[in-house]
Ligand binder design. Structure first.
Ligand SMILES: [Zn+2]
Length: 380
């Protein structure tokens, strides 16, 4: 199935759904550690998602829904997952079927609606930066692009390495050794200068958000020194790797850098959130004020710690989400029902309202936990 391309998205975006023929949009993700069992896991998730949609349909809609669902189930029964996520859009009656595997985690979700539900996909793509990895030593250079957890070697990026052969001839052996050494050092510097010069062009050509410098330490530190300032600011990290490293080896190391970049962005996000909330500047912290803002439809971005588990309640009449401990719905006075997965429900509702969600990890999550584990930036 391969990577998602811009053309893919444009085609999906342009797809016109018939008003009386809804499309089934599905996002399925399994844990990376469970890849061996991935298809079975995906089938289980699919079953649950389909059941919850079907439960809310009117009788006359069910036949069309089952047709779409059946097509997806048939596809999945023959599918061999190579990546943890799978996105499917299907309208069987219009013979419309689109599926792609993704290496990034997505939220499990299903919609049966008169639109191709692209939002989670677009957001995921938006969130992931494109990394360029330049792997270089004193004589050779290779370029890789890393996007959405996948790597590609850009073989045409650098002209074939121009290796200068220096013959060891001459009678004065020591003199000649020194001369060779000097020549080869000059050559290495010349080579790295070429690379540094090329990187400007390559950064534009391959549209990198970030750069990773990889190779033996002497080469990467020299290359960093030679980079123009505007490129230095894009360097996300350096990796100590041999120039012959395989793309998979480069990817494994590059993903660690990418994660470190994300973690530090999350720390900044939580800092901004807590500062804004303290100033009451269109932000909340803690579950009660955040639920209130959600009820008022004001959440622009929900931020929560990944290990946050909260119980709460939902109003059986107006569906308001509430913290634990309320007797009756404060909005309509009706009965409440306990919910075990309050965070999941808040997330779903924010997405329904057109807001964004950000799950934070590590230190950012710890900092947020001290402030109730959840908060939000508000629209107004
Ligand atoms: Zn209510």
């Amino acid at each position: 199935m391969g990577m998602i391309t811009r053309e893919d998205l444009e085609r999906l975006h342009a797809y016109e759904v018939k008003p009386d023929s809804p499309v089934l949009s599905l996002y399925l993700t399994v844990d990376r550690s469970q890849m061996r069992n991935a298809r079975h896991q995906m089938e289980t998730i699919l079953k649950q998602l389909l059941r919850s949609i079907e439960g809310e349909l009117e009788e006359r809609e069910k036949e069309a829904f089952r047709e779409d669902a059946g097509r997806v189930e048939a596809f999945l029964s023959e599918y061999e997952p190579q990546a943890p996520s799978l996105v499917i859009f299907c309208d069987a009656s219009e013979d419309f079927f689109w599926a792609r595997a993704l290496s990034i985690p997505l939220r499990n979700l299903a919609r049966w609606d008169t639109l191709v539900y692209l939002r989670p996909l677009l957001e995921a793509l938006d969130e992931y930066e494109r990394f360029g990895v330049v792997l270089t030593d004193k004589t050779r250079s290779r370029l890789f692009t890393v996007f959405l957890g996948e790597i590609r070697e850009e073989r045409e990026a650098f002209a074939p390495a121009r290796v200068r052969h220096i013959k060891t001839t001459g009678t004065d052996h020591i003199w000649s050794q020194k001369r060779i050494q000097r020549q080869s050092e000059t050559h290495a510097l010349w080579h790295l200068k070429q690379v540094a010069g090329e990187l400007d062009r390559l950064t534009n050509r391959y549209a990198f958000d970030r750069l990773i410098l990889a190779g033996p330490v002497e080469a990467t530190s020299e290359l960093y020194r030679l980079l123009p300032k505007r490129l230095r600011s894009r360097v996300a990290g350096t990796l100590s790797l041999p120039v012959e490293a395989t793309p998979q080896e480069v990817l494994a190391e590059a993903l660690k850098v990418e994660q470190a970049v994300e973690r530090s962005a999350e720390i900044t996000l939580v800092e901004e959130l807590l500062t804004a909330a303290a100033k009451q500047d269109r932000a909340t912290q803690g579950v009660v004020p955040t639920l209130q803002a959600l009820q008022e439809g004001r959440i622009w971005q929900l931020v929560y710690a990944h290990d946050l588990a909260l119980r709460g309640a939902v109003c059986t009449h107006c569906t308001a989400l509430l913290p634990q401990g309320e007797e009756a719905c404060p909005y309509c006075g009706q009965q409440l029902e306990v919910v075990e997965d309050l965070v999941e429900r808040m997330v779903a509702r924010v997405l329904e309202q057109g807001g964004r969600v950000e799950e934070v990890h590590g230190i950012a999550a710890q900092n947020l936990q001290k402030a109730g584990g959840i908060g939000a930036f508000l629209r107004f």
